[in-house]
Design a protein around this ligand. Structure first.
Ligand SMILES: [Zn+2]
Length: 174
């Protein structure tokens, strides 16, 4: 196994040889992804296993990262945790997509080599929601932030759960 990721790989040869790759990429090295991030500092951890599934060269593994996105509702930044399972079948042309089993995504490799960066960048872009926003409702996130800033005695750096905040708001509202 290599600690440093090679820039270009030949996924078919890797699959025939049963190679594994693991390492870390800087998010700032991924320009298409950087465009949609609120902040592109940070890294992505990668582990990829290349092998053959019958006649299909396969790339499987995991892509793990935490991305900063901007909530489309309240325009605050929030963390989006990605732990994406990769399951790709290497195909030389798009006609072969129909022949793939359902659990595979196609990895089109028209020339012999492909940049690892591109595989990872596509995987991350697919893991970002079309409409990024807080998974709990924004107002409680904002109210929570305000309460923590107002309460100097609070030793908690992490927000309370939203229900506790709602209960507090109810009490003070009376
Ligand atoms: Zn929000």
């Amino acid at each position: 196994m290599l600690d440093r990721l090679p820039e270009l790989i030949d996924p078919v040869t890797f699959a025939e040889r049963g190679r594994e790759l693991s390492g870390t990429l800087q998010l700032s090295d991924l320009p298409r992804l950087s465009e949609v991030l609120a902040d592109n500092s940070g890294t992505v951890d990668i582990k990829l296993v290349f092998d053959m599934d019958g006649k299909i060269p396969r790339v499987s593994g995991k892509v793990v990262s935490t991305l900063w996105l901007e909530c489309r509702n309240c325009l605050q930044n929030f963390e989006w945790v990605i732990e994406s399972d990769v399951m790709l079948a290497v195909i030389p042309d798009l006609d072969q997509i129909q022949l793939l089993p359902d659990d595979y995504d196609p990895l089109l490799v028209e020339q012999e080599k492909i940049a690892i960066k591109d595989i990872i960048e596509d995987e991350l872009l697919l893991s970002i929601p079309d409409f990024p926003r807080h998974t709990i409702d924004c107002e409680s996130v904002l109210a929570n932030t305000a309460l923590i800033q107002a309460d100097d005695s609070s030793m908690e750096s992490k927000p309370d759960n939203p229900f506790a905040v709602l209960a507090k708001l109810k009490n003070t509202g009376d």
